[in-house]
Design a protein around this ligand. Structure first.
Ligand code: NAD
Ligand code: LMR
Ligand code: MG
Length: 605
């Protein structure tokens, strides 16, 4: 019980306790130091006895305000800000909303995470995609206080000691970026730190990770963004990006330092440019408990969406092997999706050697359709390059345009991970109307909003009202008239990464295997009811993200156990994990989630 607010509860404790009952929390500070520490600060909510115990009497206005009143006060000021900024440009309103939430984050984490969890549908677009993109672009001007850790090319040889500068004894989850491909916004250098912060906020909100045990990390190896390099106020290293072995030695050093201090931590790589996304994944995945969200998290979410689209066509899941899929964008995300889709087809076909599983994929990049005739083809794209043998659609040449490909192939699915806003233009969408599918699927997955390959309004208008639509950033549903709704799904890796991290943590997985990722994707794919799927709803509402994450986390933990990768977590050992049924695993995951309530603070020197 003691210190239960800091540790993930074990199964027996979890069963005994309601999650809203918080055990005492040891604090080694007193007085203003506590008020300035967002982990412990309760603002005006400190009860009088605690004010006495912690040397706070006189440092706060005398009236004690309850948590509920503080909550209401914050929500009122948030909504009056909405009122006061009416008519202002959307970016001004978005940043004002982010600022007010960020200030609360910096002041009082308990209240911050409670309002975030309770209002996730309203606040996710502010702390996550799309506003987080705008925040990264304007980071220099918005910067007030540091959050997370910064390791730069200048810290070579120092990281093993630097890692001990982080105040928390235990870290469960690290999200790291080098800022080289922030959403669809390109190289934002050190300003990309907003992404790990936003992802980790989702870990707390969706997966119930303890915010005292998360760590956002920026690996600053320079930037190739000329505008930032010329900016006097830029906060990162003003030098071109390190490349080759020099670059890798920095990432190696960070990984060694992080895992030597926290051997049971999990590291999520986020928004690395393609070459480093794949290279670091291969380099570390057999050595450390890590994954790349853009490659692997996105792939699982897209696969779940693709399987949902097959169900929505009234076909059996096995029909996935016959779906014609055009993927636009041959980067870390697009290639990740194709790799996972290929594995799914191989499983469906029973892994029969010699079966051609790529015949229904068409992959395009900035130079058009990728074929075997492409000179200097990226090795990761090679398995998906079209060849001109039997079974191939005639008349498509190397570099064929998106419009040509859609017209000729008449695909079931058009999936965009290109980062290019509006690339699914009117002509392309009209061509999708002639698709061979009874319900063509259009996935405009690029972020943030302006980088989406098309808007849902255009998709339903030009490709037809019976389409299935998904976007990476949130959009409103489309009113099709006559009481009909064009449903907008948010195909975003946020539906998977929190469960992948949580399942790996709670099972104490040594590594994150393909089997664990596949279990996560299958869990998400089977989450929706037939009724929802028929309406074109492929993913659950973000309001139920904790529930989804419980399912995904349990599926990942069970897969880790069955693959012999689990080592147990805290008081829950491997033996206990191995004896848990599916329901018990779900129970364990659900009860391990941290929930924000004020814990009584006890001072210890
Ligand atoms: N919805 C999600 O969950 C999710 C997850 C990951 C990435 N994304 C988004 O996907 C986008 C791409 O991410 P990435 O990591 O693959 O980036 P990347 O830089 O690795 O790849 C981008 C790819 O798009 C191609 N491309 C550029 N212009 C094109 C054009 N005009 N036509 C066709 N292809 C073009 C490039 O050649 C490259 O192959 C980003 O906008 C990112 O935000 C979304
Ligand atoms: O960050 C997101 O919203 C999704 C994804 O990881 C991306 O890079 O776009
Ligand atoms: Mg990303």
């Amino acid at each position: 019980m003691w210190r239960v607010c800091r540790s993930v509860m074990n199964l027996r404790q979890a069963r005994r306790l309601s999650v809203s009952v918080a055990g005492p929390c040891i604090v080694h500070k007193r007085g203003t130091d506590i008020l300035h520490d967002p982990w412990f600060n309760k603002d005006t909510g400190f009860p009088l006895t605690e004010r006495d115990r912690l040397g706070l009497r006189g440092l706060l206005p005398p009236r004690v305000i309850s948590f509920e009143q503080q909550y209401e006060r914050f929500m009122n000021s948030y909504h009056s800000l909405e009122h006061n900024t009416r008519g202002e440009p959307p970016s001004v309103v978005a940043l004002a909303k982010w600022r007010i939430l960020n200030r609360l984050h910096d002041r009082n984490e308990t209240l911050y995470y409670r309002v975030l969890i309770d209002n996730i549908k309203e606040f996710a677009p502010v702390i996550y995609t799309p506003t987080v993109g705008l925040v990264c672009q304007n980071y220099g001007g918005l910067y007030r206080r540091p959050r997370g850790m910064y390791f730069s090319g200048k810290d070579k040889g120092e990281m093993m000691s630097m890692i001990y500068n982080w105040p928390a004894k235990q870290v469960d989850m690290i999200v790291i970026t080098d800022g080289s491909r922030i959403l669809g916004l390109g190289d934002l250098g050190v300003q990309g730190i907003g992404i790990p912060i936003g992802k980790l906020d989702m870990y707390v909100a969706a997966a119930g990770m303890n915010p005292q045990r998360i760590l956002p990390v920026m690996l600053d190896v320079g930037t190739n963004n000329q505008k930032l390099l010329k900016d006097n106020l830029y906060l990162g290293l003003r030098q071109p990006r390190l490349e080759g072995d020099e670059y890798l030695s920095i990432v190696d050093e960070f990984m060694e330092a992080a895992f030597s201090r926290w051997p049971k931590a999990i590291v999520q790589f986020e928004d690395f440019q393609m070459k480093w996304a794949f290279e670091t994944l291969e380099r570390y995945r057999k050595k450390f408990c890590m994954f790349n969200d853009d490659v692997q998290g996105t792939a699982g979410v897209a696969l779940a969406g693709l399987l949902g689209a097959v169900r929505a066509q009234g076909r059996s899941l096995k029909d996935f092997v016959n779906q014609k899929i055009v993927v636009v964008g041959a980067g870390s995300a697009g290639i990740g999706v194709l790799k996972m889709a290929k594995q799914a087809i191989e499983r469906m076909l029973g892994n029969n050697e010699g079966l051609e599983v790529n015949h229904q994929f068409w992959l395009l990049d900035k130079d058009g359709l990728i074929t075997t005739e492409r000179k200097e083809i990226d090795p990761t794209a090679v398995p998906f390059a079209r060849s001109f043998g039997p079974g191939q659609v005639e008349g498509l040449k190397e570099g064929a345009s998106l419009l040509e490909v859609v017209k000729k192939v008449r695909p079931d699915v058009l999936l965009g991970l290109s980062g290019v806003g509006g690339i699914f233009n009117e002509e392309v969408l009209k061509a999708m109307k002639a698709s061979d599918s009874p319900r063509p699927a259009i996935f405009a997955m690029s972020n943030p909003t302006a980088n989406a390959e098309c808007t849902p309004a255009d998709a339903f208008k030009f490709a037809g009202e019976n389409i299935i639509f998904a976007s990476g950033s949130p959009f409103e549903n489309v009113n099709l008239g006559n009481g009909q709704v064009g449903y907008v799904n948010q195909a975003n890796n946020m539906y998977l990464f929190p469960g992948i991290g949580l399942g790996a943590l709670l099972s104490g997985a040594r590594l994150i295997s393909d089997g664990m990722l596949q279990a996560a994707a299958e869990c998400l794919a089977s989450y929706m009811t037939e009724e929802d799927i028929q309406k074109g709803i492929l993913f659950p509402s973000i309001s139920s993200i904790r529930h989804i994450t419980t399912h995904v986390g349990a599926a990942v933990a069970l897969a880790a156990v069955s693959e012999d990768l689990a080592e147990g977590h805290g008081d829950v050992g491997l033996r206990e994990l191995m004896h848990m049924s599916k329901e018990e695993t779900m129970d364990y995951v659900a009860h391990s989630m941290w929930y924000p309530v004020y814990s009584p603070l006890v001072h210890e020197k």
